[in-house]
Design a protein around this ligand. Structure first.
Ligand SMILES: Cc1cc2nc3c(=O)[nH]c(=O)nc-3n(C[C@H](O)[C@H](O)[C@H](O)COP(=O)(O)OP(=O)(O)OC[C@H]3O[C@@H](n4cnc5c(N)ncnc54)[C@H](O)[C@@H]3O)c2cc1C
Length: 433
């Protein structure tokens, strides 16, 4: 069946329905302009609020959802932006439809994803991203009675471990690669962030009795058809831990593919914005994790500033600058604390698969000098994820930056690409990447 083509026009269009996008949409819509918000999931809320239940986070989620309804924001869920055929127009694909969305002002709030690093056996079934496993449990995967080792780096590990425990999983160990000294400095700094300190203490209570090991990371996983155990390096000594799942992620990386496609400048992996969250492309704003990994509070503040600025209310936006500065200092603290240590670069063996879409082993990448060269010779990064998984891994392991982003930024159906390349659309969408 051919997709239907649908067209919508907005004064402000927001891409990404997480906290940053929701805050931007509410603030923009409050002044009476036509606002649309697009998210590729079936409901809004982003990584943290999607499927939220009866905790503090869901109170915030409910407040912003009510704000969206009160302000009459048009919500387009289950559709994904994949191209910009011309400035001011984005193309999105849903299950049966293809959308042409025009805007006067755009807010990009595309969030972040987990950073996965390859190590022997990491492609075995039941080795999952920490946030990925959490998302699957939110969608109904039962983990009651399952043993889940949580490993990698960053505060997400603690949130995921607490969540899994609440859902009945047993957590034999949480392995954090950061050192005890970094974590101690981080803990001491929390006294200047009372809200974070409260969250930290709450997590400590929820995780009481679970072994937390700093200076620790997975070395290899073992099993036949599925995972049976993981060998971890714990303060320099190897230890084998039997488990049913390994939930593993090394902090987060910003989703900057769409901003890059639109021509927004990126610095050190994050979208560059001015005080009002405007990118280097006029009338295109960016908020939340793509401007730097900072957590939900920073996303909410940046989203509000972007929504206010996109509707010309700069005086109101300025009132949030102080709060944003404080949240940004916390983001820098996170960055320093969970910076990846050099030893992690030694995790993959020659035979370890790095690009899991195209089955490319580490030994096939190392002889090359750049991402482009490796891509041309091996197809690394050319599978369905378009380098979203192996790109950040290779960046860390070999120091290669991916050099370009081409449309479609997400896989799109050929019929939709073809339907939208006719003369009435002015130009081609660039073909299959
Ligand atoms: C997997 C994962 C799990 C997490 N779990 C927790 C947790 O339990 N607790 C916690 O405190 N923090 C968690 N975080 C961190 C948390 O996501 C952030 O602190 C905060 O929610 C970021 O909000 P945001 O609005 O910037 O981005 P997000 O919440 O990531 O929202 C961005 C949204 O944009 C959508 N999107 C991206 N590109 C497109 C496109 N082209 N078309 C359509 N939609 C698009 C994404 O699917 C997503 O829904 C998690 C992060 C990740 C990656």
């Amino acid at each position: 069946m051919l997709s239907r083509e649908l067209r919508e026009r907005f004064d402000v269009l927001v891409v990404g329905g997480g906290p940053a996008g929701m805050a931007a949409a509410v603030r923009a819509a409050e002044c009476g302009v036509r606002v649309g918000i697009v998210d590729d999931n079936l409901s809004l809320g982003g990584q943290i609020w999607r499927g939220a239940s009866h905790d503090d986070q869901s109170k915030d989620a409910a407040r912003w959802s009510e704000g969206m309804q009160a302000a009459r924001v048009t919500t387009l869920c289950g559709i994904r932006i994949f191209d910009q055929p011309e400035p001011g127009v984005l193309l999105a694909e849903g299950l049966n439809d293809v959308f042409e969305l025009s805007y006067k002002h755009l807010v990009l709030a595309t969030g972040a994803r987990e950073r996965f690093l390859p190590f022997p056996g990491w492609t075995l079934p039941n080795v999952m991203g920490a946030g990925g496993l959490q998302a699957m449990v939110k969608c109904g995967l039962p983990v009651r009675g399952k043993r889940v080792v949580v490993a990698g780096s960053g505060p997400l590990l603690l949130a995921v471990a607490a969540f899994l425990r609440k859902h009945g999983a047993a957590i034999p160990m949480i392995c954090e690669q950061a050192s005890w000294s970094s974590l101690a400095r981080f803990g001491a700094s929390l006294f200047t962030y009372p809200g974070k300190l409260k969250q930290g203490l709450q997590l400590r209570r929820e995780l009481s009795g679970i072994l937390f090991a700093a200076n620790s990371w997975p070395l290899a996983v073992h099993g036949g058809q599925t995972l049976e155990s993981v060998t971890v390096s714990r303060s320099g000594k190897s230890e084998i831990i039997p488990c049913d799942y390994l939930a593993c992620g090394f902090h987060l990386v910003p989703n900057i593919e769409l901003p890059l496609l639109l021509g927004c400048e990126v610095q050190a992996g994050c979208v560059r914005v001015d005080d009002f969250q405007e990118t280097t492309v006029s009338k295109v704003f960016c908020a939340g994790e793509p401007t730097g990994i900072g957590g939900v509070e920073l996303s909410l503040i940046e989203g509000q500033i972007a929504g206010l600025a996109a509707t010309g209310r700069t005086t109101e936006a300025k009132r949030l600058f102080g709060e944003r500065e404080k949240a940004r200092r916390f983001a820098q603290l996170l960055e320093r604390t969970f910076r990846l240590r050099g030893e992690i670069r030694g995790l993959p063996s020659s035979a370890t698969i790095v690009c899991r879409c195209e089955d490319i082993q580490y030994s096939r990448l190392r002889p090359h000098k750049s991402w482009r060269e490796a891509k041309l010779h091996s197809r690394c990064g050319m599978g369905p994820c378009q380098g979203r998984v192996c790109g950040p891994a290779v960046q860390f392991l070999l120091g290669w930056d991916s050099d370009s982003v081409r449309p479609p930024v997400f896989p799109a159906r050929v019929e939709n690409l073809a339907a939208l390349t006719g003369p009435q659309h002015g130009q081609t969408t660039g073909g299959l990447a």
